[in-house]
Each structure stands twice: as structure tokens, then as C-alpha cells.
Design a protein around this ligand. Structure first.
Ligand code: C5P
Length: 295
């Protein structure tokens, strides 16, 4: 084995990211939007492994691997190259099990890039210094995915603060299996609001005890990107309607820039029943019951 290569391979989870609420609070001179969002993670997600190797490579498997296979410059490889240049690391054989739909508002690409940074820091025994800044250069959601715990996200994504403790509620995630690129949604929102129409930040400090209390906290908050996303992709509206009508649903909302939507239930068993109820009524959607990951 070459010097600098560690013997063992490492595995990192890349969980789906959910914006429990997302307020657009302003816009910078460079066009990027200032956000206030409560970000949390689902138990379901992608998985990234890194093994010692002389060169950098990425192998893909899993149900959504084909959607990424044609991409010449995958965000995982970009993250790996950027960290290698900074940490003077060797190579690594990366493999990604792609369980999450792509371009779908649940941070799949960002979570994968964050998992690659974490895995390579472990593999190369590299210091984590400057990693958050490096993460931001890869995408606005990468810093919060690197942090990996429920957080308030501010700025354009770089300002991460701890969220109150959240309950381990049941979730159903649904994607209509249509990709929706983030820049288009922000641009559509700017057009719809004539460059203005900003919300106030809406952070809360109480720790909701259960799904009912969490839904009550979130009910007065929104995802400000929902109207723009639905204008671009009307197929999101029936997804939200199906979630809202499912038995036991406490709250249904879109995540990020869409098109994935989520609903909150009392626990995983209720979410399983709701998912089965939706599966019986709709075909052609990706429907995943899971749980909110809490510390
Ligand atoms: O950083 P990321 O690649 O996720 O962002 C994709 C695009 O979404 C940006 O190029 C920008 O057009 C838009 N965006 C934004 N404000 C943010 C995050 C993203 O306007 N806070």
C-alpha cells in the first residue's frame, strides 16, 4: 500500500434533506436568494463508500443510478477533486448507491457531495478545517448536508445554526419522477414576484413534542418556492393533494425547489399505511415512507 492510503474503506450516509419550511427573505446583488429554512433529514437516502486507490473514480448503482450515468461532471467527483487539491490526498475509489431521485429538492446531489467530503476526510485522515467554506463552493445546500443534523439555514445556505429538538415523526416522500432544476424555480419565483415579495424569517425556539405539535409550528410557515415550482410543473399539485388526503397526514409541503413533497405523520407505522393508501390510487410516482432522523 502506498504511503498516505489507509487500509479500510469507509461508508457515509447521504440522507434526503427536507426543508420543513423555506422562506425567501431577500435577494443578493448577484441574484442569489437569501433564505430562512428549517432543514432536517430523513432516515432514507443514498449511500457513499470510499476505498483506497491511486486515482479518483466513481461507480454508480441503485435505482436512480442511470439518471446520473450520463453526467460528465458529477458533483461527487467535483467534491472529491476539490478536497484532493486542498488536502493533497491521494485518489479514492468512490461508489454511490443512488436511492433518491435526482434534481428533486431533497438535496440528493448535495447530500452525496457532503458524504464524499466526510468519507474522504476519514479515508485520508484530512483535517476538517475550511471544509464548510469548500462545501459552499459546491452548492448552497452542501454546508447543511455536511452538518447533517436538524438546522436553521440562513444566508444563501452558509449560515447554519442548531434547530430545536424535533420529534422522530413518520414521513412519506413523493416525487412525480420529473426533474425540476433549482435555477429555473428561483428564476420563476423572481418573475412571479417582480423581484420582491420577500417573507420574514420565522425561526421558533420551542421543541415540538410530537407530530401534532410540529405540524402546528410549521402550519404558519411555508415553502415560498411552492407557487413557482407548481407554475413550472403542475404535476406537483396532485402530489400535495394526495399527501394531504392520506390517512393520518398532519401536514403536507414541498421540499426545497421541488418537485419532491413530504407529509408528516404520528409515526412510521402511520406513514407506512398512508404510503400504501397513496400507492393504491396513483401510479408512476416515487413514494417512500420513512422517518425524520433526529439526534
Ligand atoms: O447552489 P446551487 O447549485 O444549489 O444553486 C442552484 C441555483 O439556484 C443557483 O445558481 C441560483 O440560481 C439558485 N439559488 C438561489 N439562491 C440560493 C440557492 C440557489 O438563487 N440561496
Amino acid at each position: 500500500m502506498s504511503p498516505g492510503l489507509s487500509a479500510a474503506s469507509v461508508t457515509e450516509a447521504a440522507p434526503a434533506k427536507l426543508n420543513l419550511y423555506l422562506h425567501v427573505v431577500g435577494r443578493r446583488a448577484d441574484g442569489y436568494h437569501l433564505l430562512d429554512s428549517l432543514v432536517a433529514f430523513a432516515e432514507h437516502g443514498d449511500e457513499l463508500r470510499a476505498a483506497p486507490a491511486a486515482d479518483l473514480s466513481l461507480a454508480l448503482d441503485g435505482p436512480f443510478a442511470a439518471a446520473l450515468a450520463g453526467e460528465a461532471d458529477n458533483l461527487v467527483l467535483r467534491a472529491a477533486r476539490t478536497l484532493r487539491d486542498k488536502a493533497k490526498g491521494p485518489g479514492a475509489a468512490l461508489s454511490l448507491t443512488k436511492n433518491l431521485p435526482v434534481a428533486s429538492g431533497i438535496g440528493g446531489g448535495s447530500a452525496d457531495a457532503a458524504a464524499a467530503l466526510r468519507a474522504l476526510c476519514r479515508l485520508w485522515a484530512a483535517s476538517g478545517e475550511g471544509l464548510a467554506e469548500l462545501a459552499l463552493t459546491l452548492g448552497a445546500d452542501v454546508p447543511v448536508c455536511l452538518h447533517g443534523a436538524p438546522s436553521y439555514m440562513g444566508g444563501v445556505g452558509e449560515d447554519i445554526a442548531p434547530a430545536p429538538a424535533l420529534p422522530p415523526v413518520g414521513l412519506v416522500l413523493i416525487n412525480p419522477l420529473l426533474p425540476l432544476p433549482t435555477p429555473q424555480v428561483f428564476a420563476a419565483r423572481a418573475r412571479l414576484n417582480a423581484g420582491g415579495g420577500f417573507s420574514a424569517p420565522a425561526r421558533f425556539t420551542e421543541s415540538p413534542r410530537d407530530a401534532e405539535a410540529l405540524a402546528a409550528c410549521l402550519a404558519g410557515r411555508r415553502n415560498d418556492l411552492e407557487p413557482a415550482a407548481i407554475a413550472l410543473m403542475p404535476q406537483i399539485a396532485p402530489v400535495l393533494e394526495a399527501l394531504a388526503a392520506s390517512p393520518g397526514c398532519r401536514l403536507a409541503r414541498m421540499s426545497g425547489s421541488g418537485a419532491t413533497c413530504f407529509a408528516i405523520y404520528d409515526d412510521k407505522a402511520v406513514a407506512d399505511t398512508a404510503a400504501a393508501w397513496i400507492v393504491r390510487r396513483h401510479s408512476g410516482w416515487w413514494i417512500k415512507p420513512t422517518r425524520l432522523a433526529v439526534r
